[in-house]
Design a protein around this ligand. Sequence first.
Ligand SMILES: *[C@@H]1O[C@H](CO)[C@@H](O)[C@H](O)[C@H]1NC(C)=O
Ligand SMILES: *[C@@H]1O[C@H](CO)[C@@H](O)[C@H](O)[C@H]1NC(C)=O
Ligand SMILES: *[C@@H]1O[C@H](CO)[C@@H](O)[C@H](O)[C@H]1NC(C)=O
Ligand SMILES: *[C@@H]1O[C@H](CO)[C@@H](O)[C@H](O)[C@H]1NC(C)=O
Length: 297
Amino acid sequence: MKEMQRKNPKNLAVSFMFNLSFLLSNFSSLNQQNFPPYGETFFKFPTGRFLDGRLIPDFVAKYANLPYWKPYLAPGHHGFVDGANFASAGSCVLIESDPNTINLHMQLRYFKIVSSSLKQQLGGRKFAFQNIAFMDCQPETKQSYGLNEDECYQDISELALLLNDALANATKQLETQLPGFKYSIFHYYNLLFNMTYNPSKYGLKVVESRCCGTGTYRGSDCGIGDYDLCSDPSTYMYWDGEHLTQYANSQVVEQFWNGGTNISSPLNLKELFELELDDEIQIKNASEYDNGALADE
Ligand SMILES: *[C@@H]1O[C@H](CO)[C@@H](O)[C@H](O)[C@H]1NC(C)=O
Ligand SMILES: *[C@@H]1O[C@H](CO)[C@@H](O)[C@H](O)[C@H]1NC(C)=O
Ligand SMILES: *[C@@H]1O[C@H](CO)[C@@H](O)[C@H](O)[C@H]1NC(C)=O
Ligand SMILES: *[C@@H]1O[C@H](CO)[C@@H](O)[C@H](O)[C@H]1NC(C)=O
């Protein structure tokens, strides 16, 4: 997640959401979950979100007292004066990884279109990043590798940890290069690791199996054919093979918003939102994004 804010002379903040894979928006791409029981816990209808209710950005909006981020591709005409959500389910960096998703380059292109239509020099000042999840023990992973209940697939972590290390390095570097750059990295990997091995601390009961789907761990096909559905999703960590339940997301955002420095660092999300920016700091203008300052992440 990347969140950018700029105080303009009228004190209006504009914020934008970008993603790789996990932050999803409805209406955004061919890749969406628009059938029941998706959405059943909160919206009461399928919204395209890959779970029973609200996603991490939905809860962040609630904590920050902002409206939900408007999906950039939502039907109709939108001014995006409060910002926009460019995120798309399963989004990737390389187009060839999945051509049906809105990859990072397309998201940045959409951002440029919005920023020029707002006729503002939008410059990123505050950035929130969510690092790559701990995925070794996801029900879908376990099911596809035929693992036992107490087994996980550790090769995934090697890659995730490498990327998370690179992200931490890159933000440290940006901090030295960009005056006024403020950020929060949410250690999502560690939180999901902790949730997996200590679920009761987060009010969760079931980690191995998901709430909705078919197969050993209900690892696939939620809402398709003859699937199983749990009666109380709020006791489950996973809604389907890959995606957390709304309840688990509420716990995640609680940590992201209020957590200590070993959960969100160097600032937590609340501190990042509340931070007063020094208006004297020269903000980076939109054309500087063309030089690839953001495109390498
Ligand atoms: C991050 O920085 C540390 C210290 O400079 C370095 O040892 C490490 O290799 C870097 N990691 C990545 C993935 O670039
Ligand atoms: C995970 O748990 C450890 C041990 O309780 C704690 O030190 C750490 O801060 C936790 N990290 C996250 C991100 O929750
Ligand atoms: C942060 O981590 C330290 C040790 O790594 C641990 O003692 C402490 O309890 C953690 N804090 C939280 C809030 O989890
Ligand atoms: C924006 O940044 C570019 C590249 O640094 C610079 O050439 C240009 O003059 C700047 N525009 C404004 C309006 O500050």
